[in-house]
Design a protein around this ligand. Structure first.
Ligand code: SAH
Ligand code: TMP
Ligand code: ZN
Length: 405
C-alpha cells in the first residue's frame, strides 16, 4: 500500500495509466532498449486531501543538465509572466532594496523582469542547461535543488527575501515539507510566497488527465494546500485562478495572522467542498471520463488513418507522453511530432517513439490532421496556424473532449 508523501496515511490509487516512461525523456533509437518505465498511478489521501502520484521517479532522474523544457518557448507564457512580475512589483516590493527569490526559475522567463529592472534577485534552478540560459541573460541563478541548506546560504549572503516565487514547480517537489521549512528560513517577517500550479478542479472538470505525469508529484486544491501550509505556521491569504496551462491557481501565503485573508479564499474553499474535490467518488467518476476520452481518441485516430489520412502531432509536450502511451498512439498513426524546441528535434518521444521533427517540416507539407498535443497553448497556436486550416487542414483535440476542429 502506498503512503501519503505529506502525512504518511495509506493511499489506494484511483487510476492507473499503466507503464509510463519519463515524460520529458526524449531519446535516440540506441537508447530504446534501456528506456526506463514506472507505473503512473494517482491516489487521493483521505487524511489530508492531497492528490498525488503513488509511485514516483527520483527527481535527479527528471531535472538535470539536459532538461528538455525551456519556459520561454511560449510567447503566451512570456506575456503571462511579464504581467505577473508587474503585479508582484506593485503589490509586494514596497520595502527599500527588496530581494526576490524564485524557485525553479528555468531560463529566466519570470525573473528577467526583476533582473532587468535592477531588483535584487536570485533564481534557484537545478537543471543546469536551462539555468545557463538565464545566467547568459544576466539573471543570478544558483544551480541547486531548493532546500533548507540552500535557504540558509542565501540568507547568509543576501539576507531574507521579501517575496519568494515558484511557478509550475511546487507540484514537482516531493519533499514539500522541506521546501516550506526552507521558505520559513528565507522569508522576511511580513513577506509572502506566491506559487502557481495546474489546479485540480480544472483537471477534473476538463478531463485534462495529461497533466498527470512523473514530474507532477501533486495535484493541488485550496483545501490540500491550506492543510499543508497550516502544518508549517503559514496561511493562505489569496487564491486567484489563472487561464494558463489549461487552468492554474495562483496561491499567496504568509506567516499565520500576518496578513488579511482575501474573501476569495473561504469562498473558494466552500466551492471545493461542494464539488467534492477531496472525495474518492469524485475521482472514480474522473477515471470513467478519462477511460472514455482514451477510447474516443484512439477510435478517432484509427478511423482517419484507416481512410489513408496523414496525421502529425503538434508540440512534443511532456503532457503528451501520458496521452500517447495511455491511448496507444503509435508511429503507424502519427507520422511525426512537430516541435520548435531544437533540443527535442531529431529525437523520439518517450515510450511510443514518435519522431520529433522541426516545425518547418509541418509547414512544408501540411498533413490532413494535426493532433494538438500542446492544447494548453491552443489559442496562440490556432491564431498563428490560419494557413493550415485554409489549406484544408483539420485539428484533432481531446481536452475538454475529443473532437475535430
Ligand atoms: N518556472 C518555470 C519552469 C517550470 S518547469 C515556468 O513556470 O515555466 C519546473 C522547473 O523547476 C524546472 O526548470 C526544474 O528544473 C525546476 N525544479 C525542479 N525541482 C526543483 C527544486 N527542488 N528546486 C528548484 N527548482 C526545481
Ligand atoms: P508545454 O505544453 O509543456 O508548455 O510544452 C510545449 C511544447 O510545445 C514545447 O516543446 C514547444 C512546443 N510548441 C511548439 O512546437 N509550437 C508552439 O507554437 C508552441 C506554443 C509550443
Ligand atoms: Zn496525506
Amino acid at each position: 500500500m502506498a503512503k501519503c508523501l505529506l502525512c504518511d496515511a495509506a493511499i489506494e490509487p484511483f487510476i492507473s495509466f499503466g507503464k509510463m516512461p519519463i515524460a520529458n525523456g526524449f531519446l535516440h533509437p540506441k537508447q530504446f532498449a534501456s528506456e526506463y518505465f514506472f507505473e503512473l498511478k494517482v491516489g487521493v489521501c483521505e487524511a489530508c486531501g492531497m492528490v498525488q502520484l503513488t509511485e514516483r521517479v527520483d527527481p535527479e532522474q527528471l531535472f538535470h543538465d539536459n532538461y528538455a523544457y525551456f519556459s520561454s518557448i511560449s510567447t503566451r507564457m512570456a506575456a503571462h509572466f511579464e504581467q505577473f512580475a508587474a503585479d508582484v512589483k506593485s503589490r509586494y516590493l514596497v520595502d527599500e532594496d527588496p530581494l526576490v527569490v524564485e524557485i525553479g526559475s528555468n531560463d529566466g522567463i519570470l525573473l528577467r523582469h526583476f533582473a532587468h529592472a535592477g531588483v535584487r534577485h536570485l533564481g534557484v534552478e537545478p537543471s543546469a542547461n536551462v539555468g545557463e540560459v538565464a545566467r547568459a541573460d544576466g539573471i543570478n541563478t544558483l544551480c541547486e535543488f531548493f532546500d533548507a541548506s540552500v535557504a540558509d546560504n542565501v540568507v547568509a549572503e543576501h539576507g531574507q527575501a521579501d517575496v519568494v516565487l515558484a511557478t509550475n514547480v511546487m507540484c514537482h517537489i516531493p519533499d514539500l515539507h522541506g521546501v516550506l521549512e526552507a521558505v520559513r528560513i528565507l522569508l522576511k517577517p511580513g513577506g509572502v510566497m506566491i506559487f502557481e500550479d495546474p489546479y485540480l478542479g480544472d483537471i477534473v472538470e476538463r478531463t485534462s488527465y495529461d497533466q498527470i505525469y512523473d514530474e507532477h508529484f501533486f495535484y493541488f486544491s485550496l483545501s490540500s494546500v491550506q492543510q499543508l501550509l497550516g502544518r508549517h505556521g503559514f496561511e493562505l491569504v489569496d487564491a486567484e485562478p489563472q487561464p494558463v496551462h489549461g487552468g492554474s491557481m495562483r496561491y499567496t501565503f504568509a506567516a499565520q495572522a500576518e496578513r488579511t485573508v482575501d474573501d476569495r479564499v473561504p469562498r473558494r474553499l466552500g466551492e471545493e467542498q461542494e464539488r467534492g474535490l477531496a472525495r474518492v467518488e469524485t475521482f472514480e467518476a474522473f477515471r470513467a471520463q478519462v477511460e472514455q476520452s482514451r477510447d474516443a481518441l484512439h477510435a478517432l485516430l484509427a478511423g482517419v488513418v484507416e481512410e489513408g489520412a496523414r496525421v502529425v502531432g503538434y508540440g512534443a509536450t511532456s503532457k503528451s507522453t501520458t496521452v500517447t502511451n495511455y491511448c496507444g498512439i503509435t508511429p503507424e498513426m502519427v507520422e511525426f511530432v512537430s516541435d520548435t524546441t531544437p533540443a527535442k528535434q531529431g529525437m523520439f518521444t518517450p515510450g511510443v517513439h514518435l519522431p520529433v521533427r522541426p516545425y518547418e517540416e509541418f509547414v512544408a507539407d501540411y498533413p490532413d490532421y494535426a493532433l494538438l498535443f500542446a492544447w494548453n497553448h491552443g489559442d496562440e497556436i490556432l491564431a498563428k496556424e490560419t494557413a493550415f486550416r485554409e489549406q484544408g487542414g483539420k485539428w484533432i483535440v481531446y481536452v475538454p473532449e475529443v473532437k475535430v476542429l
